[in-house]
Write a protein that binds this ligand. Structure first.
Ligand code: ZN
Ligand code: ZN
Length: 212
């Protein structure tokens, strides 16, 4: 069974997820740790739990989701997996951080592998299924655990809202379609972990989300 821990970091209040199962194998989804204190605290939490960190997987590569890439990759000697359509965004990290006026951003190393819809990602004895959910970002993917009934969906669907689509590669209709076809087709009791704010469920959003 996968345990999902939500950690909120950086000026954008981004949610980073630390996931692990009973084997103590772990993955970090979207490491947004930015300040030295955030990085150190996150490292200590991983170490104190005795986790064996296997890598980073990214829902997408907007700056707030990748601030901690370099630190986590170097500290734990692990790789980074993203969808190839978000590579350009990742490589523009310093440029984008400059535009937002965010100082002291560590350039992200390049990914060590690309992942796409249909791939299965192992964490210990458990698996996550990758689905492609573009619209907020061109290479946006989500990670589904059918066994543990959750999806880590980045910035697609939020509690009562959806991701913005005015950034490069964004497309409103595409985002609505991604949510309808890839997320709202999951059972109602699946937990939806979001890139910002509180988690929700598929059923709650189908009933209450004003965008649908
Ligand atoms: Zn984003
Ligand atoms: Zn975000």
């Amino acid at each position: 069974m996968i345990t999902v821990e939500q950690h909120t970091f950086n000026p954008f209040q981004e949610n980073t997820f630390l996931i692990y199962d009973e084997t103590k194998e772990a993955l970090v989804v979207d490491p947004g740790c930015y300040t030295d204190l955030e990085k150190l605290n996150f490292k200590k939490q991983i170490e104190n739990k005795g986790l064996n960190l296997k890598g980073i997987i990214s829902t997408h590569s907007h700056l707030d989701h990748v601030f901690g890439n370099k630190y986590i990759m170097k500290t734990f000697n692990v790789g980074l997996s993203i969808h190839k359509e978000d590579l350009q965004t990742l490589q523009l990290l310093n440029y984008t951080a400059g535009k937002y006026g965010i100082p002291n951003v560590e350039e992200s190393p390049n990914p060590t592998s690309f992942i796409a819809e249909g791939d299965q990602i192992a964490v210990g004895n458990s698996f996550l299924d990758v689905v492609f959910v573009p619209g907020h970002a061109p290479g946006h993917i989500a990670f589904i655990s059918h066994a543990d009934k959750f999806v880590i969906n980045g910035d697609c669907l939020f509690q009562g809202s959806i991701g913005r689509t005015d950034l490069p590669g964004g497309n409103h209709e595409q985002l609505l379609n991604s949510i309808k076809t890839k997320l709202f087709t999951l059972p109602n009791d699946f937990t939806v972990y979001c890139g910002h704010g509180a988690s929700t469920t598929v059923g709650y959003e189908k009933l209450n989300n004003p965008f649908f």
